[in-house]
Design a protein around this ligand. Structure first.
Ligand code: GCU
Length: 407
């Protein structure tokens, strides 16, 4: 059978792009060819990646190929969990690097290395000596000096406190690797001189791609560790870090499972169903204006004309196929629209079906708001046990939520 040769996408300027109210079909190319075989899908996939890089996230540099790890600390925590702090070094002249924290489960009769490994970019840095929590002295009425606030999205917690957050995963035999996301690139308008960016001046990437690239550098290191099951790297992140996890899962095929939680606009929520006049909640116009560091300026040009986007976010979900994908979300999440995720999920289904893995695509809605809660972890781990480890887990991950309720 003939395999279509897909021409590279001629990146059209935005004013030349056709208006498409419907979600652009991943299984139909711009020149009208229908994708019907896994071989054709492989080619289409490359084209889809180029379109997303060109219009939304920019181009990340290739893997640096020189990641090394140096142990800075190692100790046993309670319940037989072991902790290691490793500093990764890589990049041109080995000038880049960041710390990663590794938590390994206790080995018992049922739990033995190699372990599936969760890679999670985090809002918290891990340190033995976190600074005392900042209290608002004015509000407390104890001091007339203005209260000092830590920078946004930066907390410091102990290894013990971090391990507690991973109790379920560790008890179920999963290792967890985590790092502080802004070590890869600052989460602010003035991000260019920070993190990885100065080392790669020729690249137009932005924060979501850089945070995802940091996750891939963790995998570079983990691939050489005996404790890691190389067939079971799992990407987990919440909110803006869910958006980054979606990019990591879409572009780095070493992630066997991709689980962006509460990722909303710029994540699993379709742009066509997010924002003013399109179902509410945060839309492309809002993220372009408030968080220009996440994506490239070209995406902002679609403000007020999202129907011209040649893709939508279901494409990123489909790039994960035939690997495993789940979106765990809250029904009352004021940042992420339930319907925008449902629309992405429904539009992503045909590609998973074409590849013969309809069960590799999952969603899970629970009551509650914008937080990564224990129920989300249970859903991710149950889905992973069911689909990656092939354990007998009787649970469905294809249930659409009851009609969307206003926040
Ligand atoms: C803001 C932002 C969201 C993002 C969230 C978060 O609410 O508008 O897009 O997901 O922060 O990262 O917690």
């Amino acid at each position: 059978t003939e395999i279509y040769t897909l021409s590279l996408h001629d990146a059209l300027p935005i004013y030349d792009l056709p208006v498409r109210a419907a979600m652009p079909d991943p299984l139909v190319t711009d020149d009208g060819k229908t994708i019907t075989t896994p071989e054709q899908w492989q080619q289409r996939r490359e084209q889809m990646k180029q379109i997303i890089e060109h219009y939304a996230i920019g181009h990340a540099p290739p893997p640096p190929g020189n990641v090394t790890g140096h142990e800075r600390q190692s100790k046993m925590l309670t319940n037989g969990v072991s902790y290691r702090l490793i500093h990764l070094t890589f990049g041109p002249g080995e000038k880049l690097g960041f710390d990663i924290s590794i938590f390994l489960p206790a080995e018992t009769k049922g739990i033995k290395a190699p372990f599936p490994v969760i890679v999670q970019p985090s809002f918290s840095a891990i340190s033995e000596n976190p600074p005392p929590p900042v209290t608002n002295a004015i509000a407390a009425g104890t001091n007339s000096a203005p209260a000092k606030r830590p920078p946004a999205y930066h907390t410091v917690i102990t290894p013990e406190a971090a391990a507690k957050q991973y109790t379920q995963a560790l008890n179920r035999g999963y290792a967890v690797v985590t790092f502080y996301y802004q070590d890869c690139g600052a989460d602010g308008r003035d991000f260019r001189p920070t993190g990885f960016f100065p080392a790669y001046p020729g690249y137009d990437w932005a924060d979501l791609a850089a945070w995802a690239w940091g996750m891939s550098r963790c995998v570079d290191y983990l691939e050489r560790q005996n404790f890691a099951d190389k067939s079971k790297f799992i990407a987990v992140g919440h909110s803006r870090l869910g958006k980054a996890v979606l990019v990591a899962g879409a572009f780095d095929e070493r992630f066997a499972l991709c689980a962006p939680a509460g990722s909303g606009c710029g994540g699993t929520g379709a742009y066509r169903f997010n924002g003013q006049g399109r179902g509410g909640r945060e839309g492309l116009e809002d993220i372009a204006k408030n968080f220009p560091q996440w994506t490239i300026p070209r995406l902002a040009e679609f403000s007020g004309q999202v129907e011209k986007l040649p893709f939508d976010q279901h494409w990123l979900i489909d790039l994960v196929a035939p690997r495993v994908f789940i979106a765990p979300d809250g029904l009352n999440d004021t940042s992420a629209s339930v319907n925008a995720l449902v629309q992405s999920y429904l539009a992503a289904k045909p590609a998973y079906a074409l590849l013969g893995v309809p069960d590799h695509l999952g969603i899970n809605f629970r009551p509650g708001k914008h937080m990564l809660v224990p129920e989300d972890w249970t859903a991710i781990l149950d889905f992973s046990d069911q689909q990656l480890r092939k354990l007998d887990v009787k649970r469905r991950f294809d249930q659409l939520p009851p009609a969307e309720t206003p926040p």
